[in-house]
Write a protein that binds this ligand. Structure first.
Ligand code: TRP
Length: 446
């Protein structure tokens, strides 16, 4: 297909208006619960600063291969995974690519269902800090227990979905891009404010020591490397879904190589800042830096209860995590929305409505804290890595590494070397299979 044809086929398709807008949307997708409630915990669990070595190696490697690949795959096919896989297999006269594309669409949708529940909890806590109820409750565990109990947060769940619906109905440039341009810079500013506040607390130094003191022996344990890999995958939203779809709204003159680089840098920065807030804050008050929901919804609220001006800082904290998670949720929902819109040729409004209502109804069943955990585990262990694997095979093998390379280079001043071919075609594809198998064996690594 010539460049001209590509452009005409995208005539009616909405697109990002600028490279900055695109990059911020990708950062918005990447920075989410993975950075905030998993990364700090993993750093503590696997050797402090030592964990950063495998993590940085993997995030750079995945950014250089998988992330650029997904952006370029979407931009080439001008659609999400269903259309992209279909197009790839059609070059080999096979017609079932579209079916394979359903896998990553379900992966993104599955994560979105759980994410929406959690975004609802964030809104609930933000309101709780504004009214003061989250801080005056004697027992943070019981306070959260009520919210996370069966059907304990339907209203908040609904509010979360209504907010994203308004953004998504407005489209890519006027909705997604605009919101990311506001929310992501605000997220970094607010997080830096929190880092400064937390590091000036008495006792924060202990947390800082726990966080940065490198236990080099951890590097000898394969688990450190495996968890760093899983973390890097999930954090970059590599699943053959969200980043392909955002890439499909990209113009051909945008530099994919530098966009991927920026996404990696800011995603990592987001994770570091989260670590610098959460671990020292928890240590300053002698609490336990557990992982997952209890950390953000029980431990952290307890911290704000004890901290001077805790109510104000609690508000700042929940506003920023709300921004980080809403922008990820928008990306996750955009995948099934694009799929419905394109497959059934429906209007944007109707497609958004179908997907959001389905996410809400299914979400009602996972609203209970325990069910939510199993649900997220299932999707992130089996479906997410499978989507990343199929997408990588489709682009780097079926479409072919030569074409993949020129699609990535299009719009960029830099050229990719021979090293790229080997890293993408062999190393990255191998790592996607590895994440799938390791995830199954270890019960989740992302
Ligand atoms: N990367 C996000 C996080 O760290 C989650 C996410 C957003 C995601 N979009 C995605 C994961 C698409 C897989 C696929 O929380």
């Amino acid at each position: 297909m010539s460049k001209k044809e590509d452009l005409t086929s995208s005539e009616k398709r909405d697109s990002f208006t600028s490279k900055t807008g695109f990059i911020l949307a990708c950062i918005g997708s990447a920075v989410g619960l993975g950075n905030i409630w998993l990364f700090p915990y993993r750093v503590g669990q696997f050797g402090g600063a030592a964990f950063l070595i495998p993590y940085i190696i993997f995030i750079v490697l995945l950014g250089y291969t998988g992330l650029m690949g997904e952006f370029a795959f979407g931009r080439m096919s001008q659609t999400g995974p269903i259309g992209s896989f279909k197009m790839a297999l059609e070059t080999k006269n096979k017609k079932w690519g579209g079916f394979l594309g359903i896998i990553p669409v379900f992966g993104a949708f599955g994560i979105a269902v759980g994410y929406a529940v959690v975004v609802g909890w964030f809104i609930r806590f933000l309101v709780g800090f504004i009214t003061g109820s989250a801080i005056s409750s004697a027992d943070s565990g019981a306070y959260f227990g009520q919210i996370a109990g069966p059907f304990g947060s339907i209203i908040w769940h609904l509010i979360a979905l209504i907010i994203v619906t308004i953004v998504l109905i407005s489209g890519v440039s006027k909705g997604i891009e605009k919101m990311n341009k506001i929310m992501m810079p605000a997220f970094y500013v607010l997080f830096v404010v929190l880092v400064v506040k937390v590091l000036t607390l008495d006792g924060a130094v202990d947390g800082l020591k726990y966080l940065v003191f490198p236990e080099w022996s951890c590097l000898l344990s394969p688990k450190t490397w495996i968890y760093a890999l899983g973390q890097a995958f999930f954090s970059l939203s590599l699943a053959g879904s969200g980043m392909i779809v955002y890439g499909s709204y990209l113009k051909r003159d945008v530099d994919i190589i530098s966009s991927a680089k920026n996404t990696v840098i800011f995603d990592t920065l987001g994770a570091f800042l989260a670590g610098l807030i959460i671990i020292p804050a928890v240590f300053a008050f002698g609490l336990d830096p557990a992982a997952g929901p209890p950390l953000l919804f029980i431990t952290i609220p307890s911290v704000f209860k004890l901290m001077p001006f805790g109510r104000l800082f609690g508000i700042i904290f929940f506003v920023s995590v709300l921004f980080a998670s809403i922008t990820s949720l928008m990306n996750l929902l955009e995948v099934p929305i694009e799929a419905v819109q394109n497959t059934f040729k429906l209007s944007r409004k109707l497609s958004v409505a179908i997907v959001v209502i389905a996410a809400f109804l299914i979400g009602l069943f996972v609203e209970n804290g325990d069910v939510l955990g199993s649900w997220m585990d299932f999707v992130s262990i089996y479906i997410i890595p499978l989507g990343a694997f199929i997408a990588a095979v489709m682009f780097f093998w079926v479409i072919g590494i030569e074409r993949a390379k020129s699609e990535i280079e299009c719009g960029s001043e830099k050229k990719l070397g021979k090293l790229f071919e080997i890293s993408a075609k062999y190393v990255f594809v191998f790592l996607t299979i590895f994440v799938l198998i390791a995830g199954i064996l270890l019960g989740g690594i992302g």
